[in-house]
Design a protein around this ligand. Structure first.
Ligand SMILES: NC(=O)c1ccc[n+]([C@@H]2O[C@H](COP(=O)([O-])OP(=O)(O)OC[C@H]3O[C@@H](n4cnc5c(N)ncnc54)[C@H](O)[C@@H]3O)[C@@H](O)[C@H]2O)c1
Ligand SMILES: [Zn+2]
Length: 355
């Protein structure tokens, strides 16, 4: 299988390497990205069982001294307690600023590891080895890190670009179908932003064979966006397509609906609203819906426009009387649009009707 590399010009500049079987040879790629040092691999209990040994063996064979911290798998671990435990572990292991952290796992491991790397000793390097599709197509690149607070999701965090990202597509073979679909939802969001060729790879249902191209296409697009706006001063907000309603849906469901499925429904809602309100090209919402359905993702919700708008407007990161929505004008052409908060229920209501 050929390797695909995607260069990203953010932070110190780094490469995303995508290919089958890369975890068992990750040591040589890491050896090209950074000089020999101590590496703390941070992972969760599920991924530890599945993939730690090949990673540890390969890093050790390449001359790195490896130590491992593992925490219970799941979103509930993405909190200050786990972050503190990781930092105490790094201190007990006496890692120095020239050492490095490796995130081996999904978005939860990636977010916690990036955060720990950004604040331990005021910052050391970190590498991302994503093992979920969501992490591969989205969270491993871009440098956003976070933990959840009792006051809300992702409320504490920092920006830290990784020094390399290594994505072994074989590791995605063990993902259960619902986690696979969650990742596809984020890739489809990116495809609606970027247009062809990514959209065609997804619109009839993603196949395992096309995964490397889907990951590379998603990351290449996200890379261009973050290169232009690393710290989300403005244009990077385009990546929030489908997320205003998506986050509201997650919240309304008490987080029983996964992030990916919520984003899928959010994408369908905003695409239909755009067409209804004359901002989007007729037919584009129907095409987005069809693509979501072909990938076993939802296109509707039973929550009302009022419930969703209320949840969206309770977002603790929101300021003032306006919010910025990402509007799909057509596939491959989305824009940021400021609207008055009072308009939001009406916009969501339009999106809840059929196109
Ligand atoms: N930083 C960002 O830019 C960004 C972007 C999107 C999402 N996120 C965050 O990512 C998180 C969601 O990511 P996620 O869905 O990867 O969650 P996750 O890391 O919790 O992984 C989901 C589950 O899959 C398991 N798993 C991981 N790899 C596996 C594999 N190869 N085979 C079988 N099981 C495997 C994990 O142990 C876990 O139980 C959220 O916390 C979200 O806020 C961050
Ligand atoms: Zn998302």
């Amino acid at each position: 299988m050929p390797l695909i590399t995607v260069p990203i010009e953010a932070g110190g500049g780094y490469e995303v390497t995508i290919g089958r079987g890369l975890l068992k040879s990750c040591g040589s790629i890491v050896g090209h990205a950074i000089e020999r040092c101590r590496i703390a691999v941070i992972t969760d209990t599920v991924v530890e069982e599945l993939y730690l040994e090949p990673v540890r063996a390969s890093l050790t064979a390449a001359g790195f001294a490896v130590t491992v911290f593992s925490f219970p798998a799941g979103e509930r671990s993405k909190n200050m307690g786990t972050l503190a435990a990781i930092l105490e572990f790094l201190a007990a292991e006496r890692l120095t600023r020239t050492d490095c952290l490796v995130a081996l796992g999904g978005g939860v491991v990636g977010d916690l590891t990036g955060f720990a790397a950004g604040c331990y000793l005021r910052g050391l390097r970190c590498l991302q080895l994503p093992t979920t599709l969501l992490a591969a197509v989205d969270s491993s690149v871009g440098g956003k890190t976070a933990v959840n607070l009792q006051g809300g999701k992702n409320l504490a965090g920092l920006f830290l670009q990784p020094s390399a990202v290594i994505c072994d597509t074989a590791s995605l073979d063990t993902l259960p179908p619902d986690l696979f679909a969650d990742g596809i939802a984020e890739a489809l969001k990116t495809a609606v932003l970027s247009g062809e060729p990514l959209f065609s790879l997804l619109e009839n249902g993603a196949t395992r064979e096309s995964l490397s191209d889907i990951i590379a296409g998603s990351i290449a697009f996200k890379g261009r966006v973050i290169e232009a706006d690393e710290f989300e001063a403005g244009p990077r907000r385009i990546l929030n397509l489908g997320h205003t309603v998506g986050h509201a849906l997650e919240q309304c469901s008490g987080y029983r609906i996964s992030h990916g499925r919520a984003v899928a429904a959010g994408l369908a809602v905003i695409a239909r609203a755009a067409v209804k309100l004359g901002w989007g090209r007729p037919g584009s919402a129907a095409r987005i819906e069809r693509a979501l359905q072909k990938n076993n993702l939802p296109v509707s919700t039973s929550f009302t426009a009022g419930e969703l708008a209320e949840a969206a407007l309770s977002d603790k990161k929101r300021t003032g009387n306006e919010i910025t929505l990402v509007i799909p004008q057509e596939i491959g052409n989305c824009v940021l649009r400021k609207i008055a908060v009072a308009e939001l229920p009406k916009i969501i209501a339009a999106g809840l009707e059929a196109e």
